[in-house]
Design a protein around this ligand. Structure first.
Ligand code: SF4
Length: 433
């Protein structure tokens, strides 16, 4: 949508009171996301009275899911765009839009030729490799909102990444709803291993990271592709959701707890330096203390690097949304706190183990902590979700990949000294106290 506004000759302003058109891109798959989206729409609607706003546009998944209700309840909204109607923002900006522009999400898949403006720091980009999902996880409303899986051809993803690299991107983070199933919907049946291999050959792409891998038995071909190329990071982001057989069955994940342990072991054997990120849901209907205990046991055993713990959200039009044996909200919140506390201890152990080691870091830019420091991430830290490394001792450009020595560690963040390109420390490290 930012790309469309550029194409339409609009300038993006930071201050909403100065904007003639305000677009709220919403999320709508769980309760807290819906609340945040509605609050933001109402907050932005004020600028129709108090600011320059002439048109308020609501786009994205909330709009796709509840357009009937929202269009009745929110007369202040001028246009609704669905989750796959982003490019139709051009019609709105040209004053040719209707009020309801919510189409069938299955009709659109992003292409390399679509306009795009990077919203991350200029050297890092997310790349969407497919839209939609063919799985049946019982708690999940996403397939209903985003439609069946539509993968992009390998050549199209490669073309986009080549474009991004030309603009200065060195790190590409592949995303989709179900990355491991990439290509299964296309007639030529390309697969993730082929895509990774194609992208690893893009000259100038230094870091390639894969997000949202479903815990399937990983093919040898994929494991080989993850090992074969220097640019492909041994960073695995695999949402496991739970560990107990009964919960995984109720969640309709298509496998039991044994699979979870097996997949982790297989990955560790193939990628000894692996950094592993995962997410879990606690408080799903029917979750007992024993189920939760099994989840804690997995977390203790696996010693993951990064873990997100989400509270179950009871959603209409999902299979779990019909279930009656709900877990008390306070119990669910207590489980979330307990699991996060357990993980914090593990994370601290993992980050402290890095002290004294030399690691590759990507410099993001000046530090939020001090103008004399730089913020960066080592390859085990994905942008926005995994913490950062604060770099002392030296200068570097944003987007540079350098080596650093870890000198201090907190629960999730690190502190390090930049090394000169020759591998030596430039000057003594300033005290950070
Ligand atoms: S794989 Fe992910 S997006 Fe697809 S149904 Fe399951 S949780 Fe939802």
């Amino acid at each position: 949508m930012l790309g469309m506004s550029d194409l339409s000759g609009f300038e993006v302003v930071e201050d909403p009171s100065a904007a003639e058109v305000i677009v709220v891109n919403t999320c709508g798959f769980i309760g807290p996301a819906k609340e945040e989206s509605v609050e933001t729409i109402l907050e932005m609607a004020r600028y129709k009275d108090e600011g320059a706003c002439e048109r308020l546009v609501v786009a994205g998944c909330l709009s796709q899911r509840y357009v009937g209700q929202l269009s009745g309840d929110m007369p202040e909204v001028d246009h609704f765009l669905g989750s796959s109607d982003m490019l139709r923002l051009g019609e709105i900006l040209a004053d040719k839009g209707e009020r309801l522009m919510v189409g069938n999400p299955a009709n659109y898949t992003i292409r390399a030729t679509d306009p795009r403006r990077l919203t991350q720091r200029g050297h890092s980009a997310y790349v969407k490799i497919a839209e939609g999902c063919n799985r049946l996880c019982s708690f999940c409303a996403i397939p209903g909102i985003r439609g069946k899986q539509r993968s992009r051809p390998i050549a199209d993803v490669v073309a986009e990444v080549e474009n991004l690299v030309e603009q200065g991107v060195v790190e590409a983070n592949l995303v989709s709803q179900d990355t491991i199933a990439y290509g299964r919907d296309l007639a030529e049946r390309p697969n993730l291993a082929g895509l990774v291999t194609g992208l690893a050959r893009v000259d100038g792409l230094r870091w390639l990271r894969l997000h949202y891998l479903y815990p399937e038995t990983l093919s040898q071909e994929l494991l080989d592709a993850l090992r074969a190329h220097e640019a492909v990071l041994p960073y695995i982001d695999m949402p496991l959701q739970h560990a107990s057989d009964s919960m995984l069955k109720r969640m309709r994940r298509g496998h039991g707890g044994r699979r979870v342990y097996d997949v982790i072991e297989r990955l560790r054997n193939a990628l000894p330096d692996m950094v592993f990120r995962t997410t879990f849901i606690v408080g799903h209907p029917g979750e007992t203390e024993q189920d939760f205990g099994e989840l804690c046991e997995l977390v203790r055993w696996a010693e993951f690097d990064h873990v997100g713990v989400f509270l179950y959200s009871h959603e209409e039009d999902t299979h779990s949304g019909e279930m009656k044996d709900l877990v008390d909200e306070e119990v669910a919140k207590a489980r979330q706190r307990k699991l996060m506390t357990l993980q914090r201890t593990i994370s601290r152990k993992r980050t402290h183990a890095l002290i004294g080691t030399e690691i590759e870091v990507l410099v993001d830019g000046p530090s939020e902590e001090s103008e004399f420091l730089l913020d960066g991430r080592w390859w085990g830290q994905a942008p926005e979700v995994d913490g950062k490394i604060v770099l002392a001792n030296g200068t570097a450009r944003p987007g540079e990949i350098r080596r650093a020595i870890v000198t201090q560690a907190a629960d999730y963040d690190l502190v390090g000294d930049l090394l000169s390109p020759e591998g030596t420390r430039d000057v003594p490290s300033p005290s950070l106290d």
